[in-house]
Design a protein around this ligand. Structure first.
Ligand SMILES: Nc1ncnc2c1ncn2[C@@H]1O[C@H](COP(=O)(O)OP(=O)(O)OP(=O)(O)O)[C@@H](O)[C@H]1O
Length: 277
């Protein structure tokens, strides 16, 4: 991969999440004032441990919370200049923002091609355009072309992830919310998936908000990162800075030198305590 040029501070925001609060079942406060921005044409990583609130943040943006009995009780979400937090998920897909759910969720009994075609359900531009789009997707994922008649349930994890991303691409998105693409995949397959994300971003201008526990990969491919902890953003910055940050290296990358650490340093100690809890 060639290191990606930052999307740039000057790039306008395609997505702004403004101070959102999310409550499940009317009682469980899970997001406590989360704000983040994705610039047009950017890849932004949302990092954090299990249960930090990454999936909830993505679902709050894509309007998929209600089926989980979750509600955005404060704040707003703006996509491409329009407030979208009261839209349905379908309306948001029509406007160009789609989520690829954690765990791929392909329809196992349908073929790869049938799965891809389900992704075009919001389109109104005719069968020829859909067919052309399918061809483009097979260009991007030659493996899916080879396996287009296979039942998705029999694909490898990496192929299923490709199928799920391909299906999202069939809606012609400007932005994809990608939830843990690396989950359960071998390291070289993870690299392959991230290379595809990078290519879609560079060559088709698709913006990405990427929720990941694989901090190493996410920091390599994203230009800007946010770290979530117990429903709050505790750190954000350009990924180049995050990779060199001692706390990130110690708690998320496991590569800190360990030298010169002083736990009487209250700020560091507090953060360490929070991350270990
Ligand atoms: N439908 C739900 N009802 C109640 N609580 C939920 C629901 N979904 C998630 N939660 C809780 O919200 C918190 C955040 O979960 P979320 O799935 O957003 O975290 P995450 O960072 O994506 O973690 P993971 O990587 O494990 O998916 C967790 O404490 C979780 O138990």
């Amino acid at each position: 991969m060639t290191p990606q040029a930052p999307a740039g501070d000057a790039a306008p925001a395609i997505l702004s999440v403004n101070n959102i609060e999310v409550i499940y079942d009317h009682v469980a406060l899970v997001l406590r004032g989360v704000s983040l921005t994705v610039p047009e044409g950017g890849i932004v990583a949302l990092l954090g441990a299990n249960g930090a609130g990454k999936t909830t943040t993505l679902r709050a943006v894509s309007n998929l919370l209600r089926s989980e009995r979750g509600d955005v009780t404060k704040g707003s979400v703006v996509f491409a200049g329009e407030r979208v937090d009261r839209l349905t998920a379908n309306d948001l897909v029509r406007r160009g923002c789609i989520q690829v759910l954690e765990g791929r969720r392909c329809f196992g009994h349908l073929s790869v091609e049938e799965n891809l075609l389900t992704g075009a359900y919001t389109r109104r531009d005719g069968a020829a355009a859909v067919r052309q789009n399918l061809e483009d997707i097979y260009e991007t994922f030659p493996r899916l072309r080879e396996r287009r008649k296979a039942q998705a349930g029999y694909l490898s994890g990496g192929e299923q992830q490709m199928c799920a991303i391909g299906r999202a691409l069939m809606s012609k998105p400007r932005m994809i919310l990608l939830d843990e693409p690396s989950m359960g995949l071998a390291p070289q397959v993870v690299e392959e998936i991230f290379e595809i994300v990078h290519a879609l971003n560079q060559h088709r201008g698709v913006s990405f908000l990427l929720a990941e526990q694989n901090t190493n990969m996410a920091l390599k491919y994203a230009t800007y990162g946010y770290i979530l902890e117990s429903g709050r953003i505790v750190m954000d910055g350009p990924t180049a800075d995050m990779r060199n940050n001692e706390d990130v290296r110690e708690f998320y990358l496991g590569t800190a030198s360990g030298e010169g650490r002083n736990f009487r340093n209250v700020k560091t100690y507090k953060r360490r305590k929070r991350w270990l809890n």
